[in-house]
Design a protein around this ligand. Sequence first.
Ligand code: PMP
Length: 390
Amino acid sequence: MTERRLLMIPGPIEFEPEVLRALGQKTLSHVDADFIAIFGRAIGRLRDVFLAPRAQPFVIAGSGTLAMEIAAANVVEPGETALVVDTGYFSDRMAQIFDRQGVKVVRVAAPIGRVPDLGEIEKALKTQSIKAVAVTHVDTSTGVRAPVEAIAKLARENGALSLSDGVCAVGAEVLRQEAWGVDVAFTGSQKALGVPPGLAIVVAGPAAMAAYKARKTRVASLYSDFGQWLPIMEAYEAKKPAYFATPAVNLVTALDVSLGHLLAEGMDARFARHARIADAFRAAWSALGLETLPTSADVTANTLSALYYPDGVDASVVGHVRDEGVVIAGGLHPEARTKYFRVGHMGAVTGSDVLATVGAIERGLARAGYGTADGRGLVAAQKGLAAKAR
Ligand code: PMP
């Protein structure tokens, strides 16, 4: 048994040793001056990572689904209507969350592998009274990337707020929250932010905070209420102790370390690296004759690949690839769950990880009876990496 398997699923991902070391440190009091400084710095760094200088970040213990619940609960009130741009599994979850919160849901959907037509979104916005538009930046079930900037613009032009689920995007896909006018962007810690699972991160822009302040009803969940957390986030940034609910001290410390890494790389460099890595993977998939779920390049994410099993191959290939040393994921979208697999490529992913992964997939496919692992995918990936490095 080896512990050196490479984790290449769409989250959690491989984490930097320095980030993991932060988790193993002695846990400080949540009101210790050292921790206050760390938390305050992490909150400030989130503005730089989301490119949202005037926004209010919230860092709350919980998974990405909590971030979805918090985003929905604070800016939309029961009885109001939200439009969900439906690109798959996680958009469906967002619709369920709104529904549970008593919010009416209008869905604009697309067939699997595509994004809904902007004209249809615009029509829904013009013909109905919509409080907010929710979009999944990258739907992790399909690898489809939605045009968040264009959708946020449509929302704004029609008097609606925009919410972007960036759980599988923030820190890897281009997001310029303020410039794009995205009112609430959120993520979890375990993907491209490079921190083990356990933090819900919500960044609310000025219009979202104004909508919160103008609410007629209070947020039903105490733990999800911006109003409970705002004084806490402000206190940490002002280097003052405060308490509402115990923060995940070690995870927040690890977050601060990882955000430091992201900003040292630089957001534009980071977006470009993810694009380059994704291109190298795509060159390999095409050399191997594998078809992707996203139906066109402009809707294909840089954070993961979703690939149909070739004819005659089934989900057993995921196990073969694992035996070859790389952990990848099976399908998730209910319409095609058994027909495809997913490879995550975000965070600290390197060119060497690309080659290790493509090599293991070639061998896994060969074990499943497809191809001969002759290295054609590897050659294509290597050429892609080398071309971009020049
Ligand atoms: N949204 C998206 C786009 C996701 O990929 C995920 C997790 N895969 C979630 C929401 C939910 O996050 P979590 O599993 O951390 O609750």
